[in-house]
Design a protein around this ligand. Structure first.
Ligand SMILES: NC(=O)c1ccc[n+]([C@@H]2O[C@H](COP(=O)([O-])OP(=O)(O)OC[C@H]3O[C@@H](n4cnc5c(N)ncnc54)[C@H](OP(=O)(O)O)[C@@H]3O)[C@@H](O)[C@H]2O)c1
Length: 288
């Protein structure tokens, strides 16, 4: 079995491919080529979002490929700004229409707070429950096979568990070498929630770090391959982004093992990046 074929089992017993292509920051007109390059390489999982504004292009790639829809795994995300039931219902249907799909494999609430208030005080519990109810109903109706969250902290997840009817099946969070949030990871694992690592290459910023380069050389892999493998060894779904066909192929060639000792070293590497969420970098320019 290769990393392309490896899957994890969600709480509803459906399988999710461990390796997915992230398509944040790939323009709609370019994303079809990137997705097709990934599918040709062997990827079967694509991670998009309403906020990436490229769902239509992802949909064009799904139509263009010879690979059957049933073999592909498509994730999208309900915009973090949507905290009201009716708006959420309409947005879910718009994603289905933009992706031109009969069903979405996995849909997440993108953020517990609207982007402009990310990680700020303010109670969005009720709004998240309204968004979650819309996802639960679409799940029940067969429009979405699995539902989950992204950037959620423990209290945000507890709100859904205590007041909703379906437990989130995944939490997609920022996790990479030098910045692996073990507290929320352990909490998710204790609740049977699959962790998805976004920005596994630290948005590209960790790839030049000397310790990472040196360890990659030891395994005769690239720093990106080491960073992606690190997430797989930790039991996460991993979502490297690339619009470069060579990088897309390279990022899928991660069938090697990192020793337990080296994993411990990688867990302890000093933090390289200082952002909390890349998504903020993405979201804020639109406010300006
Ligand atoms: N849920 C959320 O809030 C959230 C937030 C951020 C990201 N995400 C998801 O996670 C995905 C990945 O995150 P990300 O885009 O922040 O960062 P990332 O995957 O950590 O890094 C992407 C950067 O690394 C470069 N890169 C990729 N492979 C490489 C390789 N083999 N060698 C050298 N450079 C390489 C890419 O450039 P090239 O394109 O030129 O290869 C790009 O600049 C996103 O696309 C999205 O699906 C989710």
């Amino acid at each position: 079995m290769t990393s392309y074929d490896k899957t994890l089992k969600l709480a509803n017993d459906l399988q999710i491919p461990v390796l997915g292509l992230g398509v944040w920051k790939i323009a709609d007109e370019d994303v079809e080529a990137a997705v097709l390059a990934a599918i040709d390489a062997g990827y079967r999982h694509i991670d998009t979002a309403q906020a990436y504004r490229n769902e239509k292009g992802v949909g064009r790639a799904i139509k263009a490929t010879d690979v059957d829809r049933s073999e592909l795994y498509i994730t999208t995300k309900l915009s973090g700004d949507i905290k009201e039931y009716e708006t959420a219902v309409a947005a879910i249907d718009k994603s289905l229409s933009d992706l031109d799909l009969d069903y979405i494999d996995l849909m997440l609430i993108h953020s517990p707070q609207p982007w402009v208030n990310f990680r700020e005080e303010g109670n969005y519990d009720q709004g998240n429950l309204e968004a979650w109810r819309a996802l639960e109903e679409a799940h029940q109706a067969g429009k979405i096979k699995a539902i989950g969250v992204s950037n959620f902290e423990k209290s945000d997840i507890e709100n859904l568990i205590n007041n909703g009817t379906v437990k989130p099946m995944v939490n997609q969070i920022l996790a990479h070498i030098s910045n692996t949030p073990f507290d929320i990871i352990e909490y998710c694992e204790s609740e049977g929630i699959i962790v998805e690592a976004y920005s596994p290459n630290g948005h590209g910023e960790i790839l030049n770090k000397a310790e990472i380069v040196a360890m990659a050389e030891k395994y005769q892999v690239s720093p990106a391959q080491l960073a992606i493998r690190y997430c797989i060894e930790l039991g996460f779904v991993v979502l490297p982004k690339s619009g470069n066909p060579d990088h897309i192929v390279e990022n899928g060639q991660v069938d090697f093992e990192i020793s337990a000792e080296d994993m411990e070293t990688l867990k302890r590497i000093e933090r390289v990046t200082d952002y909390e969420s890349n998504e903020l970098v993405f979201a804020r320019p639109r406010q300006q």
